[in-house]
Write a protein of this length. Structure first.
Length: 419
């Protein structure tokens, strides 16, 4: 059967699945019955002082208690910032581009940009499935009984909000899948878990942000964490270079990519091959702990907001000759693990035709006479000792329309193995 809810990255909690707006389809009756039964289950949980097994955002309980009956674009801010930014850009589309978008999505010619945005807001924050849940809930508990209860109080009574705030245990939250090369190396595995378990709660949130894109952990058992060792070395110099590398991550798939520090320590001569297991674990723990902390503290991401005009924001690239601070692990001589955080050079990505003219001439650093415009898309990351080259979109690649499609394409591009 199809899921009623799914993990929502914007809030780090549970929210309606895409099926919550499709209650008139072939599975509509079954979905309505299941959502209505959930409402009854929630009323029974409340009456019997039980909690649900997942956390719902406060806006859900505002809807359940009928405390909020209308929504605007600004209500998306803080709930789904990516969609909020997309809809703001949609309001600024030129008529011809919006017409293209309507044709792609099969909308009638009478739909305005404001209508389109409002529909997206309502489908996101108040899907029709909420009516079924409310009907089931109120069939067992009269709304008058809860008139003095706030949405926040009802959420605290029904959701396990305290459990997620006090501690974060990565082993318990995720189904952790280690690549065979790492799983067959007990010292590396022991050092990895030793580092993570010594992280403070704040560092664990930074680790979650680094690997998943959000600092709030998902419900236990609902997501996987992949640990891979994708980098290869064949000479002593290459192994020494591997010791200078930082961990990387792909947030779309919750994948953490680690250099094989275990093999690099042995093959580079930093640790004798006949070293004891205890010494090897200690060396790996110190090295991996330093590298991983540096990665999660100094990482930066990519975004569309804040790259135009003077107020570029925290993710804007620094001047080409800028260099960041030099880091050395505790107890090592200055420069022993010297790492300079440098900006990545700007590359150009082509925008879909429907958005090209929205950028403006001042930002077309590689303008041409083609139908597509070029966006100076900024990307900064913590690189170790060298700058990473970004890959532009391939010429002739099929252009898709719509802001959400643009974000999906960029996210896919920046998380490909080649990148």
């Amino acid at each position: 059967s199809v899921p009623l809810f799914e993990f929502h990255r914007g809030t780090g909690q549970t929210w309606f699945s895409a099926y919550a707006t499709e209650l008139d389809g072939s599975q509509g009756k079954d979905l309505r019955d299941r959502y209505r039964s959930l409402g009854k289950l929630m009323s029974l949980a409340l009456a019997n002082h039980c909690k649900l097994g997942f956390v719902l955002p406060t806006v859900f309980f505002r809807l359940l208690l009928r405390r909020q009956v209308s929504f605007s674009l600004e209500d998306l801010k803080g709930f789904d910032d990516a969609l909020h930014a997309s809809m703001r850009k949609c309001l600024k589309m030129k008529p011809v581009h919006f017409q293209d978008l309507k044709e792609v999505e099969g909308l009638s010619a009478e739909v305005t940009r404001e209508d389109y945005v409002q529909r997206q807001v309502l489908q996101t924050l108040s899907p029709v499935a909420m009516d079924e849940i409310r009907d089931g809930f109120e069939s067992l508990i009269s709304p008058d009984v809860l008139c003095n209860l706030t949405p926040g109080e009802l959420r605290q009574m029904l959701c396990p909000t305290d459990a997620t705030a006090k501690s974060i245990t990565i082993r318990h939250i995720f189904e952790v899948i280690l690549e065979d090369e790492m799983a067959e190396c007990p010292a590396f595995v022991e050092a990895f878990w030793s580092v993570l378990e010594r992280f403070s709660v704040e560092e664990k949130r930074l680790f979650l942000m680094f690997v998943t894109g959000v600092e709030t952990p998902p419900e236990p058992g609902t997501e996987q964490l992949l640990i891979q060792l994708p980098f290869s070395a064949f000479s002593q110099d290459e192994y020494l270079g591997m010791l200078d590398m930082l961990p990387q991550a792909h947030t779309c798939t919750n994948t953490l990519e680690l250099p094989n520090y275990h093999e690099a320590l042995l093959q580079s001569g930093r640790v004798p091959e006949d070293a004891s297991h205890a010494r090897l674990v200690k060396e790996l723990t110190n090295l991996l702990g330093f590298k991983l902390r540096l990665a999660i503290h100094e990482t930066a991401g990519y975004e569309l907001d804040g790259i135009f005009g003077a107020d570029r924001g925290p993710h804007s690239p620094a001047p080409a000759d800028a260099s960041g601070p030099v880091f050395s692990p505790p107890g090592e001589p200055a420069g022993a693990f010297a790492a300079v955080v440098r900006p990545v050079e700007l590359q150009a990505w082509r925008l879909p035709n429907c958005l090209g003219d929205e950028i403006g001439e001042d930002n077309q650093i590689q303008g041409d006479n083609s139908a597509s415009s070029v966006l100076p898309f900024s990307l900064t990351t913590s690189t170790f000792g060298a700058e990473k080259q970004c890959l532009p979109l391939k010429e002739g690649q099929e252009q898709r329309h719509g802001v959400n499609e643009l974000l999906e394409d960029l996210d896919s591009l920046l998380n490909t193995p080649a990148f």
